[in-house]
Design a protein around this ligand. Structure first.
Ligand SMILES: [Zn+2]
Length: 313
């Protein structure tokens, strides 16, 4: 056999196999999404997300304590208000006594080293369930949407969030949030992670189940990206870099590994995030339950593919 045809000598041992990754998967890469509800004692299982719950603020210590012990370094919070009065502007989003702001403060005091990101959107808080303000004809009214989203982001930063992450997909919101953070004195205290390339995916179902955020009419296809739109995704990534994002995110992850690779190239000087969304998580579990693969092996395989895709060099 020819010398150059022999590759297996390079990965014959678990240690040499681990060296084949350009970037090792580490615990600090993982950010745990947490659904915070407005009943402080809640621990309500989400049927479509195996093992995941909606949590009340007073249950966060028992839930997160063991995970922080094991090396969890960051979380991202999603508010799930069930008892509030929703309106057209999403007023409860930054209610000082609402679930997200209460959770930020609680987590800061419970776990001083934990990095706390907050999803920023209006859909969980608007009576119509859309991510921005609406015109009378049902289309998005962009300018007031962006102003309100920036206002909410600044409120989370003031409450102590280390990172704000707008998922709404309104045009121009990265610039508005960055400006808002700087003007409020948080330019150097709060990271801005943009859901830059967020696709109108079929994989968000379990999340909407968990967060109660399905739109009451229509869909989100006028602001989330069309599934086949690689060019739009690339333009959105470049725009958000230009507008001041600190981290660029692609969402969902597994069906969009090409976009993650694009982000690694287009935003080569930024950390790249990707969101393994609720439907992906549910699929990994469903396949394991059906005996298709081992759960842990597939959980690692899916996440390692994302790390690999984002490695541009
Ligand atoms: Zn939304």
């Amino acid at each position: 056999m020819d010398i150059s045809s022999i590759l297996q000598g390079g990965y014959q041992h678990p240690v040499s196999r681990s060296w084949q990754a350009k970037q090792q998967l580490t615990k600090s890469m993982l950010m745990y999404p947490i659904f915070i509800t407005d009943d402080p004692d809640a621990r309500v299982e989400v049927p479509t997300l195996p093992g995941q719950c909606r949590w009340g603020v007073d249950r966060l210590e028992e839930f997160l304590g063991p995970l922080v012990q094991k090396g969890l370094t960051s979380v991202i919070l999603f508010g799930v208000p069930l008892n509030c009065e929703k309106d057209m502007r999403g007023t409860p989003a930054d209610d000082p006594s609402g679930p997200v702001i209460s959770a930020i403060k609680k987590l800061r005091s419970l776990f001083p080293d934990l990095y706390i990101a907050c999803d920023v959107c209006l859909c969980e808080y608007t009576d119509h369930g859309h991510c921005g303000y609406l015109n009378p004809d049902g289309t998005i009214d962009n300018t007031p949407s962006v102003a309100r989203i920036a206002e909410v982001a600044v409120s989370y930063a003031k409450a102590g969030a280390h990172c704000v992450a707008p998922s709404d997909m309104m045009d121009g919101r990265i610039k508005a949030i960055k400006r808002g953070l700087i003007d409020a004195g948080f330019g150097n205290k709060c990271t801005l992670m943009s859901y830059s390339a967020k696709f109108a995916s079929s994989l968000y179902g379990p999340f909407r189940d968990a967060a109660g955020s399905a739109p009451s009419f229509g869909n989100r296809k006028c602001y989330q990206l069309p599934v086949a739109a690689r060019g739009l995704a690339r333009r959105a990534i470049l725009r958000d870099v230009e507008e001041g994002a600190d981290i660029i995110m692609v969402k969902p992850a597994l069906p969009y590994l090409d976009i993650i690779a694009d982000a690694g190239q287009l935003a080569a000087d930024h950390p790249i995030a990707c969101y393994q969304v609720s439907g992906e998580f549910a699929m990994v579990h469903a396949g394991a339950r059906a005996g298709v693969y081992n759960l842990k092996a597939m959980a690692f395989e899916s996440v390692e593919s994302m790390v690999r895709a984002g490695m541009y060099d």
